[in-house]
Design a protein around this ligand. Structure first.
Ligand code: FPP
Length: 239
């Protein structure tokens, strides 16, 4: 598809990205894994800016899964530092960048300082247009279980009745309440798994798997994924 042709096609309102391949990118260069995450965080900045330029409304990135705690202390604290640095920058540039930051995940396991910054930026950026959802200490199954628990508590307290539960109501208990489902989910690095990312929300998403490692992922790769999305014929179970 010629670039001019692609520009005319609507951009998906919501794109999800599994930022994978940082470790392999670093290994190929003989660098520590944390250097891969640092490069990955730079790529995130570039791609988030580009998403804003082309009119994406919601960008959801998988930054740290509930399983990632199994990694070495050094790697985990490296990722926490990168998030911390990003939050400092974002808080400083809030009115320039105009990005709304949200967090999907259980922040209770983060340090109190980091958690406080996450909540502060979430609150202070809530009127901005491009919404970036950071999945941090996130697992799709855990999100669904926690939503079910919250609904059950409301039933127990008499606020709700079990038969009231519909798919539409259930969505209000998820981290993504009020956010449309992603039309497109991109996983770079050649892996072809969903890895517990947005399990509920991806029921009808188009998955595009790409062979590039996340730190090397460029705006041109995003364009290519969007072009692939447009070639798909989305039927939502119809004919
Ligand atoms: C997956 O690659 C990536 C992660 C587990 C961490 C992603 C984190 C960042 C990009 C930085 C977060 C900070 C901000 C500001 C968004 P991997 O380590 O599993 O790579 P591999 O499969 O090649 O080992």
């Amino acid at each position: 598809m010629a670039p001019s042709e692609q520009k005319a096609l609507p951009v998906p309102a919501h794109i999800g990205i599994i930022m994978d391949g940082n470790g392999r990118w670093a290994k190929k260069r003989g660098l520590p894994r944390t250097a891969g995450h640092k490069a990955g965080a730079e790529t995130f900045r570039r791609i988030a800016t580009y998403c804003g330029e082309i009119g994406v409304k919601y960008l959801t990135v998988y930054a740290f899964s509930t399983e990632n705690w199994k990694r070495s202390e050094e790697e985990v604290s490296g990722i926490m530092r990168l998030l911390d640095r990003y939050l400092d920058e974002a808080l400083q540039d809030l009115d320039k960048k105009k990005v709304r930051a949200c967090f999907y995940g259980d922040l209770s396991r983060l340090s109190p300082e980091l958690r406080k910054k996450c909540l502060e930026i979430q609150e202070r950026s809530k009127d901005y247009e491009l919404q970036v959802n950071f999945c941090f200490n996130y697992g799709g199954r855990m999100e669904i279980v926690q939503a079910a628990q919250r609904f059950a508590q409301e039933v127990q307290s008499g606020k709700r009745a079990p038969e009231e539960l519909t798919e539409a109501l259930f969505e209000n208990y998820l981290y993504s309440a009020g956010v449309p489902d992603p039309e497109l989910i991109i996983r770079p690095s050649g892996e072809q798994r969903t890895s517990n990312f947005l399990l509920w929300q991806s029921a009808y998403s188009e998955y595009v798997f790409m062979n590039v490692l996340w730190p090397d992922f460029s705006p041109a790769d995003l364009d290519a994924a969007i072009a692939e999305y447009h070639r798909r014929n989305r039927r939502f179970g119809g004919v």
